[in-house]
Design a protein around this ligand. Structure first.
Ligand SMILES: *Cc1c(COP(=O)(O)O)cnc(C)c1O
Length: 414
């Protein structure tokens, strides 16, 4: 068995997709020490700079003194504490939904919620670029999954028509995590209504980043009463750890009774909950943080394009994909940038489709304009040669084979 594992690792290395952990010292600020070397951090999801905000730290520290560090049990046993209830109420208000249920993480929220809402005989419709936790939720549920091409509403409609009469759930990222584009939510909701399907939107990269007051993509589209289930993480803009599902009261009660990742997992630690509460308060008090994030994203996007890079027109959020193509080239560009003091992690398959390895660059509200301008120039210098070479080599792209398959399990690409 052991030799087997060595072989598998060797194969990963040969395909240039071998991963290893990098070590950061100190908090997730705009600049960090990476392996002891100072770098500008351009791949953290601490979008609003709240993970290391003094008020968030103090709230977490106080909660540890008041309630202890661990919740001690599942929320269905003895782990449900007053502070959990308070955060659920505040998140429900923030998202303008009547109910909210906390989960251990976004991964647990997505897998548990999809598996609870879609069962045998049902069909889940999933965008091909959805986050791995949504994909795994589809795999975990007993439902069939129909993967539609990215944001392809015609294909989605075709599938919904084919599935007529079966229980249907459409799941989509609100802001796509590796491309930074926004799902066509009004059209998805309209299709859902026409074909009697439920909609689940994952707001991991939208909450705190877009929409009025940072309330997310669903709020931005004015669809708070139309989307059945909104999932979000506390681990990104909210600077903490954990996740939530906002929905109506019956679905909330149903999740408490049937979402196995909620029932069979320990409740969130009080310091994480208190940290998220303080972060939510800061976002309401200081909406300019969200505006600063959006302005910073524009500053970096402009610098990248002025330096000769072409960004997809749809990349309109704090996530900017610099698609290089080849996995080894993407890693080499990442290392070159690190030597210039810029940390933008290369993202390779299977996190992104084959031949679309990239630097996934994301800004924070806490970066300065001049940092972002010079980073944009450096990123262009480090990536343009590889992008040109790849474009010259690349075959004309065709639709991935797995997409549009009729209800037959999921694509392998996660
Ligand atoms: C990060 C992420 C998750 C997982 O959230 P965690 O709280 O980190 O487990 C889910 N969905 C999307 C789109 C994400 O980007």
């Amino acid at each position: 068995m052991l030799s087997d594992i060595e072989e598998q690792l060797e194969q990963l290395r040969e395909r240039d997709v071998y991963r290893k952990l990098r070590m950061i010292s100190g908090p997730q600020g705009p600049r960090v020490l990476l392996n002891g070397k100072p770098v500008l951090l351009l791949c953290s999801n601490n979008y609003l700079g709240l993970a290391d905000h003094p008020r968030v730290r103090e709230a977490a520290a106080e909660a540890a003194m008041r309630w202890g560090v661990g919740a001690g049990a599942s929320r269905l046993v003895s782990g449900n504490m007053t502070i959990h209830r308070r955060l659920e109420e505040r998140l429900g208000e923030f998202k303008r939904r009547e109910a909210c249920v906390l989960f251990g993480s976004g991964y647990l929220a997505n897998t548990g919620t999809i598996a609870a809402l879609a069962g045998e005989g049902d069909v889940v419709f999933s965008d091909e670029l959805n986050h791995a936790s949504l994909i795994d939720g589809c795999r975990l549920s007993a439902a069939r999954t129909f993967v539609y091409q990215h944001a392809d509403l015609d294909q989605l409609e075709w599938g919904l028509r084919e599935a007529a009469g079966r229980g249907s759930l459409i799941v989509t990222d609100g802001v796509f995590s590796m491309d930074g584009d926004i799902a066509p939510l009004p059209e998805i909701v309209e299709l859902a209504q026409r074909y009697d399907a439920r909609v689940l939107v994952d707001e991991a990269h939208a909450t705190g980043a877009i929409g009025p007051g940072g309330r997310g993509a669903v709020a931005d589209a004015g669809l708070e009463d139309e989307v059945d289930v909104v999932v979000g993480t506390l681990g990104k803009a909210l600077g903490s750890y954990g996740a939530y599902v906002c929905c109506d009261r019956p679905i909330a009660k149903y999740l408490v009774n049937s979402a196995r990742t909620l029932i069979y997992s320990t409740a969130l630690p009080p310091p994480a909950v208190a940290g998220a509460l303080a972060a939510l308060e800061l976002i309401s008090e200081q909406p300019q943080r969200v505006e600063k994030l959006q302005r910073n994203a524009r500053v970096l996007a402009d610098s990248l394009t002025e330096s000769g890079l072409r960004l997809p027109a749809s990349a309109e959020t704090q996530i900017l994909p610099v698609v290089i193509g080849d996995a080894a080239d993407a890693m080499a560009a990442c290392e070159r940038l690190l030597s210039e003091g810029i940390f933008a992690q290369a993202i390779r398959p299977p996190t992104v489709p084959e031949a679309t390895a990239r630097l996934r660059v994301s800004v924070m509200a806490s970066h300065t304009k001049s940092e972002l301008r010079s980073a944009g120039r450096a990123i262009a210098r480090a990536t343009l040669p590889a992008i040109g070479a790849h474009a010259a080599r690349a075959e004309p792209s065709s639709a991935p084979e797995h997409v549009g398959g009729v209800f037959d399990g999921m694509a392998e690409a996660a």
